[in-house]
Ligand binder design. Sequence first.
Ligand code: AR6
Length: 174
Amino acid sequence: MNRLHIILGDITTIQTDAIVNAANTTLLGGGGVDGAIHRAAGPDLLKECRTLHGCPTGQAKATKAYRLPCRYVIHTPGPIWRGGMQNEDALLASCYQNALRLACELNCQTVAFPSISTGVYHFPLARAARIAIDTILCSLQAHPEIHCVTMVCFDKHTQAAYEQALAEKEQLNG
Ligand code: AR6
């Protein structure tokens, strides 16, 4: 059974146990997908985020989802791209790994991710997609309790990059 799906869509509309937010380290909202999630969840999300006192890059913290059609929002600040020598690859992998570990602790069976760090944080898309796909597939093996992960891409260019990364991985594994 295929447990990783790549779709085109708006993550705020996805019915799943948890959605992941590409946050910043303050966890106090921002633009992009973070702004969309806060708008759709309503002001109580920000109230709960204030109690978390931020989150380091690559780590993850969960809140309730309020008006969103999911149970939890898992907030993870991705790395800002600074040329590739500042541990960006490992930090991006940590985001996916820690978000899925937390989802598991919260008994989530279905999780949706946006393309972390490839917007305002300018992580190169193909490189980010390969890291995301590798890390998600690896984490799914470690967590059989998670039934399915959906990568929710906001535009076709992003979707194509994730599909390409998954195809490369499948080719490699025969
Ligand atoms: N659903 C799914 N994906 C979306 C949505 C949506 N509703 N809206 C945007 N995206 P970005 P980052 C895509 O910039 O690079 C925020 O201000 C978007 O097209 O949201 O990790 C935070 O507070 C892109 O493909 O996140 C941080 O300060 C992807 O989500 C900073 O931006 C990520 O783009 C984080 O930057």
